[in-house]
Design a binder for this molecule. Structure first.
Ligand code: URA
Length: 208
């Protein structure tokens, strides 16, 4: 895996606002999608293009189009849904593959409770979406699910990541690329990222 810390003044500024304790639901949602647009821009930088000729206003003109790439976003329920529009703004034709996991209280392992994947996963680049990369347990389960479906091009987009989660995915899935807006200090003893953003799902959905 390659870790891509997308270090840009706009991203640092927006992540700073996300960290405010009293941020409103609407502002958090708006910023999550704005940052996701910028992460999508970086995560698709290596997509190949091909030249075609179209009729322009002054006659024929050569233009670039993205070459044969099919994309599926993979929001992890529920917080990942809060980043989906950011990708759709950039890639309107992307399909959505939705996955959901809960944590087994005894084994502490993620258990799948919902999955609906797009067709032809073996031909697609998957962009996994989750605001927080914390322990990496759910991400690992999602990557395994995608690989079982035949997907060979997997990238993950996160607003905020902990070193523990990054290390785990680095070791287990070196072929997966991770794009993050911020790498924070650590996890606390209940698995929250410090300093982090708090509970990103609650902030996006306005629940508590
Ligand atoms: N999920 C969250 O929403 N926040 C964290 O800090 C960790 C996991």
């Amino acid at each position: 895996m390659a870790l891509h810390l997308v270090d840009h003044p706009l991203i640092r500024h927006k992540v700073g606002i996300l960290r405010k304790h009293d941020i409103s639901t609407s502002r958090f949602r708006q910023l999550a999608n704005e940052i996701t647009r910028l992460l999508t821009y970086e995560a698709t930088k290596d997509f190949e293009t091909e030249t075609t000729t179209i009729q322009g206003w002054a006659g024929d003109v050569e233009v670039d189009t993205i070459k044969g790439k099919k994309v599926t976003v993979v929001p992890i329920l529920r917080a990942g849904l809060g980043m989906m529009d950011g990708v759709f703004d950039m890639i309107p034709g992307a399909k959505a593959s939705v996955v959901g996991f809960y944590r087994d209280e005894e084994t502490l392992k993620p258990v799948q409770y919902y999955v609906k994947l797009a067709s032809a996963m073996d031909e697609r680049t998957a962009l996994i979406l989750d605001p927080m990369l914390a322990t990496g347990g759910t991400l690992e389960a999602t990557i395994e699910l995608l690989k079982e479906s035949g997907c060979t091009s997997i990238r993950g987009l996160f607003l905020c990541a902990a070193p523990e989660g990054i290390d785990r995915i680095l070791k287990k899935h070196p072929d997966v690329d991770i794009y993050v807006a911020a790498v924070d200090e650590k996890l606390n003893d209940i698995g929250y990222i410090i300093p982090g953003l708090g509970d990103a799902g609650d902030k996006i959905f306005g629940t508590k």
